[in-house]
Design a protein around this ligand. Structure first.
Ligand SMILES: [Fe+2]
Length: 271
């Protein structure tokens, strides 16, 4: 595991994840950060800069230009080595797997060589200190970069990942994660697990807004990102990415719920 220490970040820290090649959402996120005076070096991203949407190169360029520090997501790991799939671990033949094949081949055919090289330089873990709290930023899990830790996953699964993480980086107070697509916090003994959510895909409850987090004076607060999701969706269809995620940007529901625990599925959202 490669990790970097970003040092001290005592001002409000923007925490966001999953920009998924959605340049519209990414631009809105960066504009929000600028309007709210989040310093360039206080912006931290949990990975998966590219995935489902239409603008992989533009999205990465926006993030890099914004000054945000970033850990690798499974998408960056896979694209960096020109792998055949996104490495999400979807079962062969599943709808999730079929959907990922569509965007992944689109992304890999467009991705600039310099960005593929840049992906190879991304760390697995980033450490920083905020107001005396030591935080570790990861993507999914430590045992598996693409591990899904949901808001309602068993406590033991979080404990396992925290123990492993501390073997690499020492004592921590906060974990900042991404990957699963839901923003949440869980208190796991003395450690607060924060999933910063994804800015480019809604949380499967019929609301097209996405979420991100700000860590300020030791407390985390989630915010909604309201951006031009119609334009992002149209850009996907213009690019031939019309397999279902284009609709998700507008109606707020995932095209497949196969990977989701029962409590996070649509029936729960409607009922
Ligand atoms: Fe991921």
């Amino acid at each position: 595991m490669e990790y970097i220490d970003l040092g001290v970040r005592n001002q409000p820290v923007l925490l966001f994840g999953g920009s998924y090649s959605n340049a519209h959402a990414t631009k809105a996120m960066i504009n929000w950060a600028t309007e709210n005076k989040i310093a360039d070096d206080h912006r931290i991203m949990t990975g998966d800069a590219v995935a489902y949407c239409a603008h992989p190169n533009e999205t990465i360029d926006l993030i890099r230009k914004s000054g945000a520090a970033m850990v690798a997501g499974n998408c960056e790991k896979q694209l960096a080595i020109d792998a055949q799939d996104c490495g999400c671990g979807f079962e062969g033949g599943s709808l999730c797997n079929l959907l990922s094949v569509g965007w992944y081949s689109f992304t890999t055919s467009l991705l600039r060589t310099d960005l593929r090289q840049w992906m190879k330089t991304l760390p697995d873990i980033a450490i920083f200190t905020h107001q005396g709290l030591r935080a570790a930023v990861i993507h999914g899990g430590v045992s598996d970069i693409a591990r899904f830790l949901w808001p309602n996953s068993p406590q033991s699964e979080f404990e396992f990942e925290i123990k492993l993480l501390q073997e690499y980086v020492g004592q921590i107070d906060l974990v900042i994660a991404g990957h699963c697509g839901f923003a949440f916090t869980r208190q796991i003994g003395p450690v607060t697990w924060i999933n910063a959510g994804t800015i480019a895909m809604p949380e499967n409850r019929g609301d097209p807004r996405t979420r991100f987090a700000v860590l300020e004076r030791k407390a985390v607060r989630f915010h909604y990102l309201d951006y031009d999701h119609f334009a992002a969706s149209q850009a996907m269809r213009n690019a031939g990415l019309n397999q279902g995620y284009d609709k998700s940007l507008v109606d707020g529901y995932w095209p497949s719920e196969e990977v989701l625990p029962a409590d996070l599925r649509r029936e729960r959202a409607i009922g």
